[in-house]
Design a protein around this ligand. Structure first.
Ligand code: APR
Length: 164
């Protein structure tokens, strides 16, 4: 089942939360910063050992002090106008996150709005890609949660969720 909620992804009790990271995996602001703060320093140690992640790909670590058992780090594309393959890269983040969760026998997963903050991806276009991928995997998970940080973001998703 796909659920759209508003809240702080670091507080969700799910099998895995998705981190909108950067290619260094060494933390940052936004949801990346919030996840590292909530997980504690062990998360940064684990990420250091991984040694980075290309855009569009994912890496998995334990959640450490987070309520979620796992963190699946993915690196979304920086929005550069839409003609640099951004849509395919963003779709890959969602697809690879769900495939990795499936491979780790994870049955509930929560996503932030990958690339829609600092990376500037237009929210509605990103939400359309996210929901299309989630619908494709919906029957393989107990719960796929879209965790919107703001009510505006939630409105964007609900408008698409109810109509497409
Ligand atoms: N819970 C859920 N969503 C959150 C939270 C939170 N605690 N904090 C922020 N968000 C939302 C933002 O409102 C935005 O909609 O996550 C979405 C993604 O925004 P960013 O965190 O800025 O991520 P992104 O746009 O993918 O940029 C990634 O930012 O933090 C750095 O290290 C990160 O360099 C990378 C870049």
């Amino acid at each position: 089942m796909i659920r759209v909620v508003q809240g702080d992804i670091t507080e969700l009790h799910v099998g895995a939360i998705i981190n909108a990271a950067n290619t260094t995996l060494l933390g940052g602001g936004g949801v990346d910063g919030a996840i590292h703060r909530a997980a504690g320093p062990d998360l940064l140690m684990a990420c250091r050992e991984i040694g980075g992640c290309p855009t569009g790909e994912v890496r998995i670590t334990p959640g450490f002090a987070l309520p979620s058992k796992w963190v699946i780090h993915t690196v979304g594309p920086v929005w550069r106008g839409g003609d640099k393959g951004e849509a395919d890269l963003l779709e890959s983040c969602y697809t690879q996150s769900l495939e990795t969760a499936w491979a780790h026998d994870i049955h509930s997963i929560a996503f932030p709005g990958i690339s829609t903050g600092v990376y500037g991806y237009p929210k509605q276009a990103a939400a359309r890609i996210a929901l299309n991928v989630m619908r494709h995997y919906d029957d393989r998970f107990d719960e796929i949660i879209v965790c919107c940080f703001t009510s505006d973001d939630k409105t964007v998703y609900l408008a698409l969720y109810d109509t497409e």
